[in-house]
Design a protein around this ligand. Structure first.
Ligand SMILES: NC(=O)c1ccc[n+]([C@@H]2O[C@H](COP(=O)([O-])OP(=O)(O)OC[C@H]3O[C@@H](n4cnc5c(N)ncnc54)[C@H](O)[C@@H]3O)[C@@H](O)[C@H]2O)c1
Length: 450
């Protein structure tokens, strides 16, 4: 599904027209290609505050094959080489005065950021601060990151990682994700880590090798893309969808060498059937992606019980029941991952979508509540909240609504199903063990619900 405006704005003629008229010029996003470099240019690493992560960050960058160069000095540095990434270690800030160093490092460095560049800022979580001044300085990173995200152009993004003392081992996974093309449509976000048993390394090309991954709603749309990406990353995918979607489900499963399982996830016996399938065929499961979802839109005053109940059943109750059955059936393998698909509507609310938004907000509450129990088993449960994703569903929207919806974000374009899939695949990786109970928006830093 082509984004005609992006294509136009990036054509020779379109570039001239959009420049002259001051129209949005969405950049062509750099998306992950297996075997490709982490960054398209060198990275600089700077610090504000005590900066306990600087060496870790530099090592992660070098291990991933990136070149790390010296920080750019304001008005200096004659080489003029464009930067692929700017990483600021702001851990250990004690008060607002420490943030002057953040400004002094970031301003000249970001001036040299190339298209599709990356800005990542790390600090400690504000909630764990010793004093109001320290909390203020840590929280300031949130406003700083989000504003940089809004100032960047040409596909560049800015994201934050909050790292409590003891969670340092978990930095590599999220840092590499935010730097790479896997996070093309994740912008203006923050992820808070927690202490966990994180493997030091993983297979960069096949991080999910040997894993059994269930994807619900895999017959089409975002679910089919999740299945593709999981298989590309080495997983065996059990693709689940309703019997009516059996043909396209089989096509997806065949394409990726996976298994098709026809199952209405709202059926009373669905959780048990899934548990038995996983136990008998695979001896357990490593990842389940609760992607299946439906909309039945109406204003609340006009909404009948059937619309309310069906949306709740597919989007929320089935996720609860199946997750509980996997726990009770003891089929979750060590280091298991549950990734739930929420929605921007669950954060911002949406006219005509009380049922849908309630169900998707419920998913956010569910992962937050379940996270401690998952951590105890060395597992994680997280959600992703897609914003405007270009699918068959959005293609049917009226032209004006669709065009406005697609542009209301810092990247000035809709995301692709693969952007949601890459984020889910990242949360499923072994080195994402420190990310738990979080909801990661895949929305290009949408203005809605920000
Ligand atoms: N497309 C977007 O812009 C967008 C934005 C935010 C969130 N989402 C969410 O992403 C997920 C995927 O969305 P999509 O756009 O690919 O939707 P889609 O309608 O194209 O695909 C959903 C799939 O789920 C399956 N499904 C529905 N009910 C089921 C059931 N009871 N049992 C088993 N499978 C069932 C459908 O058959 C279908 O194959 C959904 O949870 C949706 O709410 C989508």
């Amino acid at each position: 599904m082509a984004d005609w405006y992006s294509n136009f704005a990036n054509s020779g003629f379109g570039t001239t027209v959009t420049k002259q008229l001051g129209l949005p010029r969405p950049g062509v996003l750099r998306r992950y290609e297996p075997g490709g470099p982490l960054l398209e240019g060198p990275a600089v690493v700077g610090s504000a505050g005590r900066g306990r992560l600087r060496d870790t960050v530099t090592a992660v960058l070098r291990d991933a094959g990136a070149t790390v160069v010296s920080p750019v000095v304001a008005d200096g540095d004659a080489s003029g080489e464009k930067l692929g990434a700017v990483v600021l270690d702001a851990t250990g800030v004690t008060g607002p005065a420490d943030l002057a160093a953040a400004h002094d490092f970031l301003a000249p460095a970001i001036k040299r950021l190339r298209a599709n560049g990356r800005v990542v800022i790390l600090t400690d979580p504000p909630a764990a601060a010793d004093s109001p001044a320290q909390a203020a300085a840590r929280q300031a990173v949130d406003g700083l990151t989000r504003s940089i995200g809004k100032e960047l152009r040409d596909g560049s993004t800015a994201n934050a990682i909050y790292v409590p003392e003891g969670a340092e081992a978990g930095v590599a996974g999220p840092l590499t994700f935010f730097l790479s093309g896997r996070s093309a449509y994740v912008d203006g976000q923050g992820v808070t880590l927690q202490a966990a048993d994180v493997p030091a390394t993983q297979d960069a090309e096949k991080p999910l090798a040997g894993k059994v991954v269930v994807v619900t709603g895999a017959a089409r749309g975002i679910g089919a893309s999740i299945a593709d990406v999981m298989a590309r990353d080495g997983a065996h995918v059990v693709a689940v969808d309703i019997p009516a979607a059996g043909d396209s489900l089989a096509a997806v499963a065949n394409r990726i060498g996976g298994t098709a399982l026809q199952l209405d996830i709202t059926a009373a016996d669905a959780p048990q059937r899934l548990v038995e399938h996983l136990r008998e065929r695979h001896g357990g499961v490593d990842v389940i992606v609760h992607n299946a979802g439906i909309t039945r839109d109406k204003l609340l005053v006009n909404m009948d019980a059937a619309r309310w109940n069906s949306v709740m059943a597919v989007n929320l109750q089935a996720q609860l029941d199946i997750t509980q059955a996997l726990l009770d059936g003891d089929v979750l393998n060590p280091g298991a991952r549950v990734v739930c698909v929420s929605s921007q509507s669950g954060i911002a609310g949406n006219r005509g979508q009380t049922n849908y938004a309630a169900s998707k907000a419920g998913v956010i509450g569910m992962v937050r509540a379940w996270a401690p129990a998952f951590a105890e088993r060395g597992a994680t449960i997280n959600a992703v909240a897609p914003g405007f994703i270009v699918t068959e569903m959005t293609a049917k929207m009226p032209f004006g609504t669709r065009e406005v919806g697609a542009r209301l974000n810092s990247l000035q374009q809709g995301g692709l199903p693969v952007d949601v899939a890459e984020t889910i695949a990242w949360l499923s990786q072994p080195t994402s063990a420190g990310v738990n109970g979080q909801t990661v928006r895949v929305c290009g830093q949408s203005l809605l619900g920000a």
